[in-house]
Design a protein around this ligand. Structure first.
Ligand SMILES: [Zn+2]
Length: 284
């Protein structure tokens, strides 16, 4: 079944790439060339998104049955303990505490199953956050609250600090991009997906008819604290244009300019870092 779906998706992807690369460019005007360039750019974006979302979607479907007892997965990759009733973090109760030296230390342990390259990838995701904020990821010694980073099925995290040991799953090799690690780490810091923001309808249209029916819930809006920050199409927390697409059509279209690139997993954007700094009062 999974193989069949994979072949179908590959077929759609190949069709789109072929279509993009065979578009007529001869005798075209500058505008048309621009469109071709855009289309090629989106094909590359699509390929990347295909790899990431395909993996997350498939492996996280399995996560439903393989997640630790008492945990369910919502919004694609946010783990929710049945003990906690809300997905959001009322009163910032799920934030990691700030040390007297002004840094926010997030202790972690990492599974010995990871090899050196995996560790470097995950640590790069950590450094991409640390280098621009007051959040520092440190190896746990004795701390009571910490991340337990493990290669479970799929890429997922709890929202904010849950208290005690909390699993953050980065499966290998499927989740081994530093941007995916940074994405899950930002969930652990308390951030939801950018397109889940309460004000998202001003900035994107959700194309409900193109979304796989089982994944509609991944596009719900949340009650969010937007930290007086602009909507960030380039956030590492933003889904891509074709996230959870049923037939290859877009599921998220930016507005008013539909060609603004969305959804990247290279690493946190400048605004992502800014928002971490605001949420954790890094400047004070
Ligand atoms: Zn996510």
């Amino acid at each position: 079944m999974a193989v069949c779906a994979t072949m179908m998706l590959l077929g759609v992807l190949f069709g789109l790439l072929t279509q993009a690369s065979t578009l007529p460019v001869k005798n075209s005007t500058g505008v048309q060339e621009g469109k071709v360039r855009l289309k090629r750019k989106y094909s590359g974006e699509l390929l990347k998104e295909f790899i990431i979302i395909h993996f997350i979607a498939h492996s996280n479907n399995r996560t439903r049955s393989l997640a630790p007892r008492g945990i369910s997965i919502r919004d694609g990759d946010i783990a929710v303990s049945f003990v906690r009733s809300a997905i959001n973090c009322p009163g910032n109760a799920c934030l990691w505490s700030k040390s007297v030296d002004g840094f926010v230390y997030v202790p972690y342990i990492m599974s010995p199953i990871y090899d050196d390259m995996d560790r470097i990838t995950i640590e790069t995701g950590m450094q991409d956050i640390s280098s621009g904020t007051c959040v520092k990821f440190i190896q746990r010694t004795h701390e009571a609250n910490f991340l337990d980073i493990q290669p479970r099925y799929g890429c997922w995290s709890f929202l904010g600090q849950t208290g005690g040991s909390q699993t953050l799953s980065l499966q290998t090799p499927g989740c081994m991009w530093s941007g995916v690690a940074a994405h899950e780490l930002m969930h652990a810091l308390g951030f939801v997906h950018e397109q889940s923001r309460s004000d998202r309808d001003h900035y994107v249209s959700i194309v409900w008819k193109n979304i796989m029916p089982d994944h509609m819930h991944n596009f719900r809006k949340q009650v969010t604290n937007n930290l007086n920050s602009p909507y960030d199409y380039g956030s590492v927390m933003h889904y891509g244009r074709y996230a959870f697409s049923e037939d290859g059509g877009p599921t998220i279209i930016p507005k008013p300019d539909p060609y603004i690139p969305i959804g990247q997993r290279d690493g946190p954007s400048g605004l992502d870092l800014h928002k971490i700094n605001v949420l954790y009062n890094c400047g004070t």
